[in-house]
Design a protein around this ligand. Structure first.
Ligand SMILES: Nc1ncnc2c1ncn2[C@@H]1O[C@H](COP(=O)(O)OP(=O)(O)OP(=O)(O)O)[C@@H](O)[C@H]1O
Length: 248
């Protein structure tokens, strides 16, 4: 089943068509990577999918509903969440508190019928589940500011998961991480596969080809190829436009 369908999306800055008639289908359950050279329009596309940026024309449909003109908060409530390059962690708060805040944000007033102590316990339980999902259960009491870069990225993922997304938009999750941190994050994303549909933008090609079920290649604002990792690796147009022989 197609969870996210993008049709003929267009966004220009002056004469520069950054998204140029882009169409894309993301199937429920898959990890769909979007790759492309610098300036191809990947971040601009994610911004339009998350609702941060309005397209000039075209449509975005999520789970059968047209969300092209829906704001970010409504998209998050509908199950479309974005992580990385946007999440701001509260540095002085612990990992648990950061995630609990996100759980509370998603739940709205649903905890108000509980006694305060029980409400806090339920909130923390849910937050702990998200921390455990990203391998940070033993860091629950650590302030975000005291965490390593890689741990912060894991925590951002836990915050995104607290929104219980059906589709997670991941914008360069490995950026700025060292080899060991990157390895841990890749293992984490691998473990999340199947639990949540993911759209991944990532420059680390080894990670992309290891993780993706399908890859779409974005060049000059258009998807020039979509397919499984092997298909994309062998595609002559992709090799010419982007990957380069040394990457194949
Ligand atoms: N607000 C803006 N105003 C004008 N031009 C912009 C704006 N945002 C992006 N651009 C231009 O649009 C093009 C695509 O940018 P975008 O950041 O989406 O590419 P990208 O594929 O994510 O690149 P990278 O891989 O380097 O992150 C670039 O040429 C960029 O300079």
């Amino acid at each position: 089943m197609t969870l996210l369908a993008v049709r003929d999306l267009r966004k220009s800055y002056g004469a520069l068509a950054v998204t140029d008639g882009l169409s894309l289908d993301v199937a429920e359950g898959e990890l769909h990577a979007i790759i492309g050279p610098n300036g191809a329009g990947k971040t601009t596309l994610i911004a339009q999918l998350s609702g941060q940026l309005a397209p000039d024309s075209g449509s975005v449909t999520f789970d059968g509903t047209d969300i092209t003109r829906t704001d970010m908060a409504s998209r998050v409530r509908a199950g479309l969440a974005r992580s990385f390059q946007i999440t701001t962690l509260m540095p002085a708060m612990t990992a648990l508190e950061n995630v609990a805040l996100a759980v509370q944000g998603r739940s709205g007033s649903s905890f108000r019928f509980w006694r305060p102590v029980a409400a806090e316990a339920a909130l923390n339980d849910q937050a702990m589940t998200c921390l455990a999902q990203v391998g940070l259960a033993d860091r629950a009491d650590r302030p975000a500011a005291a965490m390593s870069h890689g741990e912060k990225r894991q925590l951002e993922l836990a915050v995104a998961l607290a929104c219980r997304p059906r589709l997670l938009l991941l914008d360069e999750p490995l950026a700025g991480t060292g080899p060991q941190e990157a390895e841990r994050l890749v293992a984490l994303l691998e473990a999340l596969k199947g639990q949540v549909t993911m759209v991944l933008i990532e420059h680390d090609m080894a990670a992309v080809f290891a993780l993706a079920d399908r890859i779409s290649v974005l060049v000059y604002g258009q998807i020039v190829a979509s397919g499984g990792p092997e298909e994309i690796r062998q595609d002559p147009a992709v090799r010419a436009a982007y990957l380069g022989e040394e990457a194949c």
